[in-house]
Design a protein around this ligand. Sequence first.
Ligand SMILES: Cc1ncc(COP(=O)(O)O)c(C=O)c1O
Length: 379
Amino acid sequence: MHSYSKSTLCVHKGTIIDKEDEGANSPVYTSTSFGYLDKDTPMYPRYFNTKNQQALAEKISALENGERALAFSSGMAAITSTLYSLLSQGDHIIFQSALYGGTIKFITRDLNRFGISYSFVNSTHIEDFEAAIQQNTKAIYIETPSNPLLKITDLEELARLAKANNITSIIDNTFASPVNQNPIDWWMDIVIHSATKYLNGHSDVTAGAVISSKENIENIWEVARNLGGSLNAQICSLLERSLKTLYIRVKAQNENAHQLAHFLEAHQRIKKVWYPGLKSHIGHETAKKQMSGFGGMLSFEPEHSSIIELQKRLELIRPAVSLGGIDSTICSPALTSHKGLTQEEREREGISDTMLRLSVGIEDPDDLIKDLDQALESL
Ligand SMILES: Cc1ncc(COP(=O)(O)O)c(C=O)c1O
């Protein structure tokens, strides 16, 4: 099925054929106990090897152009299992500093305890990543577009640097989704998703995924089955169903976000907009090179400082944490994803207390524009 386009893979790839009844969807196998007499490794959900887990992994892997994938019970389970599989005592890893707050908490709380050292690079410039490489550096980990400033790092250059230094390159591709960006095509080694976001897209599943080569996935699996962050069959089935519409959802979100970004950029009560699809965005040219769409996430700085009141006056767009759902949501990064950072750390990252982040859904863009306009004008 490799020659099919993404929208077709979303619908069909991995589906378990229901030979008996010719049903449209993968049957759901709820067992946690399977026969073992004629098998080397019996099926068991924590081994990531049941039919529904594998059907889901096959679809996700195809969408990211990987060889193999593992589906996890959360994005953080995917992230921690990957890092624990790669790193040992005495190793060093480089992180882009603009990362999801939960990932930063894990790094700063847990890595040193296991004798793993790390450096944060507050930059998207490849020279700055290069300068951070030490003789024991094992991996480089980035997010592009990043949260919440949608900073763009050049994947091709980063992967080249990593390969030249025998370092594993990892990207959290949650913000872009596989519809807009396939990092493996740019020679990145490992792709991670919080499937809680765009992959599921309906704000009703917590899940994660890792996609890579067969060899890398086998190594991650060795650790993952001990850490235990696997998904049960019912959730696999829900996520498989959601993925069938991933392509059309994300296309609509790209289009809506584009319209909203232009509307906000022209609005007299907005000081600044961050969206990689805008020419004014510092990473626009790199985003154009490596992304096939600019995504559904944007951030802006309103002129008015009462951002809580602004959010309360919205009628359609819901103030909420998380992102990537079909319904539009808004949040203050300083009060949500980056609350755990000190004021000084947020300032260093360029995240102000009055910045707002929009996760644009699939509603009619005119309705979203009207909602933002009435809330901004009412203050
Ligand atoms: C970019 C990014 N990566 C990873 C995660 C963690 O995912 P989960 O909440 O599914 O564990 C999040 C959650 O917000 C995220 O935004």
